[in-house]
Design a binder for this molecule. Structure first.
Ligand code: SF4
Ligand code: MG
Length: 330
């Protein structure tokens, strides 16, 4: 049967503002590629982490998935149905089923509504319970995220950052989603609070059978809570596979460099080819061939001209590198 979410060849470009001189000189608008042909799949009940340096397209991908952005090319399928073709009820259903949690839940909570009102609205407006049953459901939701029952009568400003993140999670759960998309939701929290939220997410996933897309630059957290990981670089997925397998034997030179730069994950072995040189190229001007070639210690002539497509290997790993094991020599 089809995966819960399947993304195929997703591309998204943003227009870049021209400076005064460029406008006076009549230069055309330039475009920056945020996503450049991303493909991935998420199975029901699984956590897929998306990792990569900032600016690699992780957030754009998350926003395309919840339709805060529309992609320029490619498709997203939900249980085999093309999300781009959904209208009316089907689209509302998709939007309810795929819920995003943001880094700063405060900005997405109405400061004039109590937590109970916010949760009730979500429940009633979406027709999930009659209004009379909403208070009982609110109590259930607060309990699910380990907030005290009296949280329902209080306002968002009365809570700490970690508690607000729990409220954000409760609001997402109010819609009875099948998938949660979490974009850097831990980065504004203290380490001890991060650990509580991570444990909460893991227990919720087990209890509710949720799927999760967890966007993060924190490789330690990713290793701890994800089943699979997709590594992004300049708008492309360069490696995807089971988290433990990818972390213990990274196959793409960029993944190796990323892990080597994060010794706290405890996996780097100082491999000779784990160095990464130079700066991240501009997304307005992607390098030809392999986008990683200007920084790759193993780049060959082929890498400068031919795109290494993301191909699966026998071990269930996908790698976009001409030198990946199992590739036909050319
Ligand atoms: Fe490096 Fe070439 Fe592989 Fe790209 S395709 S990661 S440049 S070896
Ligand atoms: Mg981001």
């Amino acid at each position: 049967h089809p995966p819960l979410i399947e993304v195929h060849g997703l591309a998204k470009r943003f227009a870049v503002e021209r400076g005064l001189i460029e406008r006076l000189a009549g230069r055309p608008r330039r475009q920056a590629a945020a996503l450049d042909g991303v493909s991935l799949r998420l199975e029901a009940g699984e956590t897929l982490a998306i990792v990569g340096e900032s600016g690699c397209g992780k957030s754009t991908l998350a926003r395309c998935l919840v339709r805060l952005h529309s992609a320029d090319e490619g498709s997203i399928a939900y249980l085999g149905h093309d999300v781009g073709l959904m209208r009316g009820e089907e689209l509302r259903d998709y939007r309810r089923h795929v819920q995003m949690i943001f880094q700063d839940p405060y900005s997405s909570l109405n400061p004039r509504m109590t937590v109970g009102q916010t949760l009730s609205e979500a429940i009633v407006v979406n027709g999930l319970r009659p209004r009379a049953e909403a208070p009982a459901r609110v109590a259930e939701l607060l309990d699910l995220v380990n907030l005290p029952p009296d949280a329902a009568t209080r306002y968002p400003r009365e809570f700490s950052g970690g508690q607000r993140q729990r409220i954000g999670i409760a609001r997402a759960l109010a819609l009875e989603p099948s998938c949660i998309i979490a974009d850097e939701i831990l980065s504004a929290l203290d380490v001890s609070v991060q650990a509580q939220i991570i444990n909460l997410l893991i227990s919720l996933q087990k209890r509710l059978g949720l799927s999760m897309i967890f966007v993060s630059h924190d490789l330690r957290v990713v290793r701890f809570l994800s089943h699979r990981v997709a590594v992004m670089y300049l708008g492309r997925v360069v490696e995807e596979g089971e988290t433990e397998a990818v972390f213990s034997a990274p196959a793409h030179p960029y993944t190796r460099a990323l892990l080597a730069a994060a010794p706290e994950v405890g996996l780097s072995r100082g491999r000779h080819d784990s160095a990464m040189t130079g700066e991240l190229p501009s997304p307005m001007n992607l390098p030809p061939g392999c986008v990683f070639h200007p920084r790759c210690p193993l780049a060959t002539g082929l890498c400068r001209t031919e795109v290494p497509w993301l191909l699966g290997t026998e071990t269930g790993r996908s790698v976009a590198c001409h030198l990946a094991p199992g590739r036909a020599p050319r």
